[in-house]
Write a protein that binds this ligand. Structure first.
Ligand code: ASE
Length: 323
């Protein structure tokens, strides 16, 4: 597209884009403070009256109302030397809560949720970097809890282990050193394993195999032990049952499933780490942290039996089920 001399000298479009968020936030604020609702029955009020009714500062409200006039969301009428503000047709129809065509709730959601999420837009776009940071987080805790979780049960009877959602291979490496006779495979999404190969498992590491797949829909290969470390806590009840049932189908009689999770006490007394992590699962995922009894019933519903729980005294505990 040709750039006109006019645009080149004075880039109006860019200035408009630059001010875009000032415009949005001004409209959101007027909505949320209740300006349009206050003026909804054709009322015309001074900024001082609006400020008093809505409990704001007079000066701040005067500037907000003036800006709304510029945006054609309000109009002014002079009356006996006073400036009175009233709704325009546009704000009356779309920005008052009670209007049958209201967009008030869209404005509120944008203002209270999307606006804040957009503060992190740069991180979201730089996704490979974000993903690496997340994988490094996932990896590092096993430096202090890894040995305890793989040693909590004697897993030496299992010689073909698949770590579902094995991510960076931290647990796979732990299994290799604790159980030198066993073969371990990391099962994860292709894009995760690409990062794992690039940053976490050197190509000459012969003892760790890779299997690309989505554990909710792709085949789960044969193994005698399936490890799910911090996987179940990411998902809703329905998805946990779906995943564990798929794992159960893949198991032969005697095969095992090992869950590694931060267990909540049955009496809600703690541990505070798991309680805080559960809040973080609310923020970041569809899941939550659970009590041992909840993992036991999930495993039993998915067809596992002889379920045993082993606390480690560290952040992460272990639950072993058998088919
Ligand atoms: C997940 C684990 C984590 C998904 C998102 C996550 C962790 C942080 N974000 O499976 C590790 C645990 N730490 C916290 C604070 O929850």
């Amino acid at each position: 597209m040709e750039l006109s001399k006019q645009e080149l000298e004075y880039p109006q479009k860019l200035l408009n884009y630059m001010d875009g968020f000032l415009i949005s936030k001004t409209m959101f604020t007027a909505c949320e403070l209740g300006v349009f609702d206050l003026l909804e029955n054709g009322e015309a009020l001074s900024s001082k009256a609006v400020a008093e009714r809505l409990g704001t500062s007079a000066d701040g409200m005067d500037r907000l109302l003036t800006a709304c006039v510029g945006l054609q969301l309000l109009q002014v009428k002079g009356h006996q030397g006073k400036v009175l503000y009233s709704n325009t047709d546009l704000s009356q129809i779309y920005l008052t809560k009670a209007s049958p065509r209201t967009l008030y709730y869209s404005m509120a959601y944008y203002s209270q949720t999307i606006y804040h999420c957009f503060a992190f837009l740069n991180d979201a776009v730089r996704s490979e970097e974000e993903m690496l940071k997340f994988m490094q987080l996932m990896n590092s805790i096993w430096n202090i809890c890894g040995k305890a979780v793989v040693m909590a049960f004697d897993l030496s009877i299992f010689t073909n282990i698949i770590d579902l959602g094995g991510c960076t291979g931290a647990i796979a490496k732990e299994c290799n050193s604790a159980y030198p006779q066993s073969k371990v495979t990391i099962y994860d999404l292709p894009k995760v394993l690409e990062m794992t190969r690039k940053h976490f498992v050197p190509p000459d590491e012969r003892r760790i195999a890779f299997h690309e797949g989505d554990f909710f829909k792709d085949p789960i290969p044969d193994a005698d032990l399936y490890i799910l470390a911090r996987i179940i806590h990411d998902w809703t009840e329905d998805k946990c049952l779906k995943l564990l049932s798929r794992v159960n189908k893949a198991c032969k009689p005697g095969s095992g499933v090992l869950l590694i999770e931060a267990l909540l006490n049955e009496d809600r007394s703690g541990p505070v780490t798991a309680q805080l992590y559960s809040l973080n699962m609310l923020v970041q995922t569809e899941g939550k942290e659970r009590m041992a009894s909840e993992y036991i019933s999930l495993l039993e519903s998915a067809g596992f039996k002889d379920v045993q729980v082993q606390r480690t005294g560290k952040i992460y505990d272990v639950i072993l089920g058998r088919k």
